[in-house]
Design a protein around this ligand. Structure first.
Ligand SMILES: [Zn+2]
Length: 115
């Protein structure tokens, strides 16, 4: 499953970034997931829950997923538009644009630790 491999890659990233001691004190992971990233937050939550059987120390680590909207920047007037209903049209000059500046990413935004 797509989401399972994403969960594994998040854990791998955290384990490369932080020492094992620090990982033990982790209490929350905050992700930002773009609306165009093909990641379904609900499925990602499910995959995360399922992974606890293999990695029980993540059981007390909360996973927060924030969906980030799609944004385009107009090639003509440079205006940044938040895309609604997949309507890729500049708010300012009403020209169509496919110049995505946000919405496809999946990133670890913040990690919280117990003091
Ligand atoms: Zn424009």
């Amino acid at each position: 499953m797509h989401e399972t491999s994403i969960v594994h890659s998040i854990m791998r990233t955290l384990e490369m970034e932080f020492e094992a001691e620090k990982i033990q004190k982790m209490k929350a992971i905050h992700l930002k997931v773009g609306l165009l990233s093909n990641i379904e937050p609900r499925l990602l939550h499910n995959a995360y829950q399922a992974s606890h059987m293999m990695n029980p120390h993540y059981q007390k680590v909360d996973l927060h997923i924030e969906s980030t909207p799609i944004k385009i920047q107009c090639e003509i007037c440079n205006h940044v538009t938040t895309v609604k209903n997949y309507r890729f049209i500049c708010d300012n000059c009403e020209r169509p644009s496919k110049n995505l500046i946000q919405g496809e990413e999946m990133l670890i935004h913040k990690v919280e630790f117990d003091d």
